[in-house]
Design a protein around this ligand. Structure first.
Ligand code: SF4
Length: 379
């Protein structure tokens, strides 16, 4: 019998919150044993260690969704990440060929805390993007604009890209995706992260003057002149990651002043001033691989999410690793997923009640998949 779905179930805070981590861990392990290979718990790199300890797979958002979608046994994905990641997992795990393989049986995707959103993804609502597209159409030919969305965006935006000849990118393939876009159009609308769009485009020789920023709250043309839009190559959406936005040029200067041999390693979601000063800029995967393959004794200051940097420190005692900022830069929304929420969602699942299911509607999934598959062809 199919399990009951209770999407409005509320987290029974007192009983789970009062349980200690040892108790919660034992209960989580029990559910994992009970559901066996039908269950996959996915842990994003930015997740806290207690949760990562229970993850079957660890990775960035796209790697995790792909790994989960390739499993033939899995029927439940519990995504310890944020909302848009769970949406992507639902789209990939339930794409038509996968449903055929499973005789139509869907994989259920659960986000242990529905409040685990992403501030960056929330900065571009589909209504705002559609309104912007219409406004741009007053001054330029939108059939020659290729919309590119960073994977850190709602499924509705991925679907918009699918419908308009556009594509999804990750932080590791953004340059290749932009090249793909320029083979098909004259300009790009890049959302929701202005910094990834800018840092990638600058490396490709596009200048800041050719990259106006579109502010969805401005009265006209996203706060730009007609000439600025007309001369644009990449129109950047005014969005950013609240975590990576906090790294500053002075943090780089302070570390270089103290340790002249230090290597600065940052994520391209950091602002341009930080990327320009860094020795290396790259995706989460590149950051991990760079540290892993470096000579023992290398000194690093790393500008990315705190939990990942702390885990790199713990896993690479042969390296000297510093966090680039003096203030705490952590993904507060992802941090909402703790052992109590994980245990609550799992115990409900084991009892036959699905709580906090993430399910993308068919039309949105179909067009999102078009944009995601275009990205896969680029690699
Ligand atoms: S680190 Fe930034 S982009 Fe990533 S999930 Fe958190 S808020 Fe979103």
């Amino acid at each position: 019998m199919a399990p009951a779905i209770d999407q409005v179930a509320t987290f029974e805070l007192p009983s789970y919150k009062s349980a200690d981590n040892i108790d919660l861990s034992a209960r989580i392990a029990e559910v994992r044993k009970q559901l066996g290979s039908k269950l996959l718990i996915l842990g994003h790199h930015y997740q806290q260690d207690e949760v990562i300890a229970h993850s079957d797979l660890r990775g960035d958002s796209y790697q995790l969704s792909q790994m989960a979608a390739s499993s033939s046994d899995c029927r439940y994905i519990v995504f310890c990440g944020v909302h848009f990641m769970a949406e992507t997992a639902d789209i990939l795990a339930n794409r038509p060929e996968k449903l055929t393989e499973r005789d139509g049986e869907r994989v259920t995707v659960v986000l242990p805390d529905m409040a685990a959103g992403c501030s960056m993804a929330d900065m571009a609502a589909i209504e705002q993007v559609e309104a912007a597209w219409e406004d741009m159409g007053e001054v330029i030919d939108t059939s020659r604009i290729i919309p590119v969305t960073y994977i850190n965006s709602a499924a509705s935006l991925k679907s918009f890209c699918g419908r308009h000849g556009g594509i999804v990118c990750t932080s590791s393939n953004a340059a290749a995706v932009l090249e793909w876009a320029f083979e098909r159009g004259d300009r790009v609308l890049f959302f929701p992260d202005q910094h990834l769009g800018r840092n990638t485009s600058l490396k490709m020789g596009i200048t800041n003057e050719q990259m106006p920023v579109w502010d969805p709250y401005a009265d006209e043309l996203g706060g730009n002149t007609t000439a600025a839009i007309d001369n644009s190559r990449v129109i950047l959406w005014k969005g950013h990651c609240s975590v990576h936005q906090m790294f500053r040029a002075e943090h780089v200067d302070q570390f270089r002043g103290k340790y002249p041999d230090i290597k600065i390693l940052v994520h391209p979601e950091c602002p341009q001033e930080v990327n320009d000063l860094a020795d290396i800029s790259g995706s989460t995967g590149k950051i991990i691989e760079t540290v892993r393959s470096a000579e023992a004794g290398t000194r690093w200051a790393i500008g990315t999410e705190l939990h990942l940097v702390n885990r790199l420190k713990a896993e690479h005692p042969e390296q000297e690793i510093h966090f680039l900022s003096p203030v705490i830069c952590m993904c507060a929304t992802m941090y909402r997923i703790n052992l109590a929420h994980l245990c609550w969602s799992l115990e409900n699942l084991a009892a036959g009640t699905i709580v906090n299911q993430i399910e993308v509607d068919e039309e949105t999934s179909r067009w999102s998949l078009v944009a995601l598959e275009r990205m896969l062809e680029v690699k």
